[in-house]
Design a protein around this ligand. Sequence first.
Ligand code: KE4
Length: 428
Amino acid sequence: MIYKRSSALFANAEKVIPGGVNSPVRAFGSVGGTPVFVKEAKGAYLYDEDGNTLIDYIASWGPMILGHAFAPVVDAVIEKAKKGTSFGMPTEIETKIAELAISMVPNIDKIRFVNSGTEACMSAVRLARGYTGKDKIIKFAGCYHGHSDSFLIQAGSGAVTFGSPNSPGVTQGTAKDTLLAKYNDIESVKTLIEANKGEIACIIIEPVAGNMGCILPLDNFLQKLRVLCDEHNILLVFDEVMTGFRLAKGGVQELYNVKADIVCFGKVIGGGLPVGAFAAKNEIMNYLAPLGPVYQAGTLSGNPLAMAAGLAMLTALNEDESIFEELANKTEYLHKGLSQVLIKNNVTHTINRVGSMISVHFAEDAVVDFESSAKGNNDTFKKFFHGMLNQGIYIAPSAFESWFLNNALSYSDLDKTIAACNTIFEVK
Ligand code: KE4
């Protein structure tokens, strides 16, 4: 593959945008090389600025679950734009998408729309703190809930006391209220609760993690969190920015039959336009301004174009629930094919998969948390990433990300992907 034009475009971008990108993961930092500039996309394919066609496995990090330039979404946005792009006033379409989302997701009465997953999770934590009157939160090492200060935290010196900032600009004052537990380790959660009795407002979790690669909750982990939260009057916040409207119509709450107290959304809910949202029962949501004391606002929240895109996307998913099973079957097929060729070529690996989320880890042992994910061989991953890219397959440019299948992918695309993996590792 040639990337002459992408390289030239990246050089220009670097002069005016920090790192040449508007979100760090796009810069290929952990795999090296020059980021690919995309010109356009349709269905399962990306068309880059050098004329290469790429089979897409990131789907814009989740939103494009039905493939790129999905006609009902495009048409809805075009029609809406002709009538004005933003008003800063209530519009009927916001109620329509809210009603639809509430009908699809269990255990929520009201939903507030914002402009990103970060905003959704940040607002959900503020709401949990306002509703409970408590300051501390528990998150899990390796889970990402956006770039709000409370989430950019690593384990502190006294791991059971408080966290420490993992980014300059985050204050110790903020970090002290974030406690870090270990994913799939219920004892680590119990220890934090015991050491911070009566001070914890919520536990926030990616109920299926996608920011350490894809990691599944094991041994009824989510159910155990639910019990602990009920016992200690702590709210359980599911960050379903990745999993919402992707793993099932009702997300992980439906898939694992576990109730969260607040659910956060992003990605799919916006159909590719900037939308986040958070939702809960009336008792909690009615604490939000202008009804209640917890302040939260946004100039472009509920923007008509974004609502039109999201409504068209959710309508398509709601009308044909077989999409979720179709996607899960395609992902299983890909999993089996990749595993077969990696085993055939004696490549140490483990693959995690749930629904249409999958990740390949070049690690000996099972990947069940951040620590085990970090044991993956990144040199092998880099070889895998660039080997796939050079054969026209675009996977996540980091071993700590999940792939997101889109339903425009054909089995022929999957076979090409499996064959490309074989070519990379084929024992000559
Ligand atoms: P945004 O603010 O990027 O819309 O959402 C933040 C967020 C919250 N929660 C979860 C579980 C997420 O995965 C994300 C964002 N995901 C990353 C991918 N790991 C987006 C890609 C990027 O940062 O550019």
